[in-house]
Design a protein around this ligand. Structure first.
Ligand SMILES: NC(=O)c1ccc[n+]([C@@H]2O[C@H](COP(=O)([O-])OP(=O)(O)OC[C@H]3O[C@@H](n4cnc5c(N)ncnc54)[C@H](O)[C@@H]3O)[C@@H](O)[C@H]2O)c1
Ligand SMILES: O=c1ccn([C@@H]2O[C@H](COP(=O)(O)OP(=O)(O)O[C@H]3O[C@H](CO)[C@H](O)[C@H](O)[C@H]3O)[C@@H](O)[C@H]2O)c(=O)[nH]1
Length: 325
């Protein structure tokens, strides 16, 4: 059995589905600060509470035979972190230190962390490999980088084995329609583009068209949430086999511009999707594209839904169903 923190959230709920599909029992811990109780897949046990509540986490470890923890629970709004860094260091870094300490007390020795491409900051070379310098430009990325740096100490002292998965841009929805992205407020590009297609917003705001890229808008590496979920199952299997702890980028290795994403959404939805150009959003690097060689070779990860139109189409099916279309 695995403990999934943040299993009522976007990527966590998809990973619960993938763990269940590979035969694992799951217990979810989530404080529902940004998640939804109804996104927790059927069959998973659910505890509402905080990762830093050592009594509650300890009780879960006493009651259930937890072999490992997949840790998604976090605050993850870059803009918010710029205005309230302390909230991010407390919730993410200190909260995870508490979780790791409780794991150590209860002898739980496997850990998969949701990390982020935001640990790299402005890239010096593209594609970005795991050896790239870490110089996050925001407190959110730094809060995750500090967690990554704690992990080798828990390994050395307590025998923890861990994988830190640095996601690029998570996107799409469960191809079977069981889960999808439901953030409020929604800051991510694809769901916001689809809100325009649904008529919930009048136009997509494009943050900057003067970047040094072919069409002037930012390039990002969009990776399907079901492919991310698969990588978590593979990372746990890798640790099970006695594979070494480590850091892995998760992206498709291809960059798409904001305007290319909007064009794909026009094609998928058949809607015109008007655009409104605005200035740059603070802290956005021009290009973020992953080298995913390590995840492919070491974990045997093979993304199944790398095609941009497929990513957008699965997100569209979920968003349209939610809106009653
Ligand atoms: N969405 C992305 O593109 C992206 C990219 C890189 C990294 N990440 C990371 O992936 C993880 C999941 O992201 P998401 O997009 O699914 O976010 P999400 O907000 O949908 O999910 C996070 C879940 O954690 C829960 N939670 C938050 N703080 C908690 C706490 N202290 N105790 C218990 N539960 C708590 C929330 O209620 C929510 O259900 C996060 O750690 C995020 O930093 C996301
Ligand atoms: O309404 C919008 C929303 C976004 N964008 C642009 O679209 C691109 C993608 O933006 P997202 O907000 O969807 O994603 P980010 O690249 O900002 O952020 C993601 O990648 C980060 C890594 O830098 C973190 O991991 C973060 O958690 C994760 O959401 C950016 O160029 C952004 O400026 C728009 O033009 N309009």
């Amino acid at each position: 059995m695995f403990l999934v923190t943040g299993g009522a959230g976007y990527i966590g709920s998809h990973t619960v589905l993938a763990l269940q599909a590979s035969g694992h029992a799951v217990v979810v811990l989530d404080n529902l600060s940004t998640g939804h109780r109804d996104l927790v897949p059927e069959g998973a046990l659910f505890y509402q509470g905080d990762i830093a509540d050592a009594d509650l986490v300890g009780a879960i470890f006493r009651r259930h035979p937890v072999e490992g923890v997949l840790h998604f629970a976090a605050r993850s709004l870059v803009g918010e972190s710029m205005g309230d860094p302390g909230a991010y260091f407390l919730a993410n870094t200190a909260g995870t230190a508490s979780l790791l300490q409780t794991m150590a007390r209860h002898g739980v020795k496997r850990f998969v962390l949701s990390s982020t491409a935001a640990v790299y900051g402005e890239p010096e070379t593209v594609p970005i490999d795991e050896g790239h310098r870490q110089q996050s430009t925001n407190p959110y990325g730094l809060s995750k980088w500090m967690i990554e740096q704690m992990l080798p100490w828990f390994e050395r002292v307590h025998g923890l084995r861990w994988a830190a998965l640095r996601y690029f841009n998570a996107a799409g929805a469960d191809p079977a329609g069981r889960s999808g992205e439901r953030h409020d407020p929604e800051t991510h590009l694809i769901p916001n583009v689809l809100k325009v297609a649904l008529g919930e917003r009048s136009a997509v705001t494009v943050f900057g068209d003067d970047y040094p890229t072919p069409d002037g808008t930012c390039l990002r590496d969009y990776v399907h949430v079901a492919d991310l979920a698969d990588a978590h199952v593979l990372a746990m299997q890798h640790l099970d086999r006695g594979g070494p702890s480590g850091v892995f980028n998760l992206g498709n290795g291809r960059g798409f511009s904001v305007l290319e994403v909007i064009a794909a959404a026009r094609k998928v939805t058949g809607q015109p999707i008007p655009v409104m150009m605005e200035g740059r959003r603070a802290g956005d690097p021009a290009v973020l594209v992953a080298s995913n060689e390590r995840a492919r070779h070491v974990l045997g990860w093979q993304p199944r839904y790398g095609d941009l139109e497929t990513i957008v189409a699965t997100a569209w099916s979920f968003a349209a169903a939610k809106a009653g279309r």
